[in-house]
Design a protein around this ligand. Structure first.
Ligand code: AMP
Ligand code: MG
Length: 338
């Protein structure tokens, strides 16, 4: 059996894998990033059909769930710009409901209504990291808009905001939700071994008794990997980092994950990686842990039912949950703090 190391320089994660035959691979641009689909051990036609389905679904989700686009969420936000209530479809409503549940569980550290602040800081457009630090007054004004409620079921779901101008941003869980859908589509095509990497957030499918994938965790301040994580059997590996979108001003780094309590980018962590079979929960947890930092790491893991997570701070401190010790090998002289 060959063991190959696939290093996709454009992606934030290095992936090593084992397989007798090379996978069918496709690279696409979606969710503002390069994504790769690798499908193993099925006839090429099956892999192509599965990849086609995934590509289509990702394009649709990217449009529907982008807060500032011309899809459903963008439309909803344009309505909320001038009113305080709006109808929402079952699909989007269900995801918003889940986001609000995860927001409650994380005591608001993950908060899908942080969109107006994300926009104020200039982190709403892919590839545009030329923001500037807003005024304290503007930040305070936007903080008043961090509150929405969702009522009803199915056809009658309705969003109510505390004031017009609220912006719902599902960016903190959209990739997780997309990975969940990718897993369903792979199962539909009876694919048992595959990896879908949405630029650092990925789903690893392996048959239960097969070897897991080795996944590199990116150095938040460099190009290489700082650790290798083993994941498989449908697990998602989701990373949030302060290097993904940021600008520097007066030697300070301002990045795209906002602490809803202050209205400023969080400073409590440089990156967080979470493994879970629930990709949406993993995604929300990684974002929340970026805000909560070392101080709230364990409490958030418990509140969000996350067994496998690791966090690196800007000054190089590394912590992880007990379970993660068996999954992670640190490279070079990196070590977790006892
Ligand atoms: P992620 O990479 O999953 O951590 O998601 C980061 C994205 O989530 C940002 O680009 C924002 O669109 C959005 N976001 C920023 N801060 C928060 C927050 N505190 N809670 C929820 N979403 C956030
Ligand atoms: Mg997230």
């Amino acid at each position: 059996m060959t063991r190959g190391l696939v290093i996709a320089s454009c992606l934030s994660i290095l992936v090593a894998c084992t397989s007798e035959t090379p996978p069918y691979q496709r690279t696409i641009y979606t969710f503002g990033t390069l994504a790769s689909i690798s499908i193993y051990d099925v006839p090429r036609e099956t892999a192509i059909e599965a990849a086609d389905d995934i590509e289509l679904a990702l394009a649709r989700l990217n449009r529907d769930w982008y807060a500032w686009g011309d899809g459903e969420l963008g439309e909803l936000n344009r309505t909320l710009a001038t009113t305080t209530s709006a109808r929402v479809s079952n699909d989007l409503g269900t995801l918003i409901r889940e986001a609000l549940r995860l927001s409650d569980a994380s005591e608001g550290l993950f908060n899908p209504t942080v969109g107006s602040l994300v926009e104020l800081w200039g982190f709403h457009e892919a590839g545009d990291d030329t923001g500037a630090r807003p005024s304290a007054t503007a930040i305070e004004a936007r903080q008043q808009l961090i509150s929405i409620a969702l009522d009803g079921q199915g056809e009658t779901m309705e969003i109510t905001a505390s004031a017009s101008g609220a912006v719902i941003d599902l960016g903190g869980i959209a990739k997780g939700a997309a990975l969940s859908l990718c897993r369903d589509l792979l199962a539909k095509h009876s694919v048992k071994r595959a990896l879908v990497d949405l630029g650092g957030d990925l789903i690893a499918l392996t048959p239960n008794d097969a070897e897991p994938f080795d996944i590199g965790v990116r150095d938040p301040r460099g190009e290489g990997a700082v650790a290798v994580i083993r994941a498989g059997a449908g697990e998602a590996v989701v990373t949030s980092g302060d290097y993904e979108r940021f600008f520097n001003e007066d030697s300070e780094r301002y990045h795209h994950i906002i602490d809803p309590a202050t209205g400023y980018p969080s400073e409590a962590a440089a990156s967080v990686t979470v493994i879970s079979r629930d990709p949406v929960r993993a995604d929300a947890a990684a974002t929340a842990m970026m805000v909560g930092g070392v101080a709230q790491f364990e409490a958030l893991a418990a509140a969000l039912d996350i067994e496998l997570a690791t966090l690196m701070t800007v000054d190089g401190t590394i912590i992880h949950t007990d379970g993660m010790a068996e999954r992670i090998d640190w490279l070079g002289d990196r070590r977790s703090t006892p």
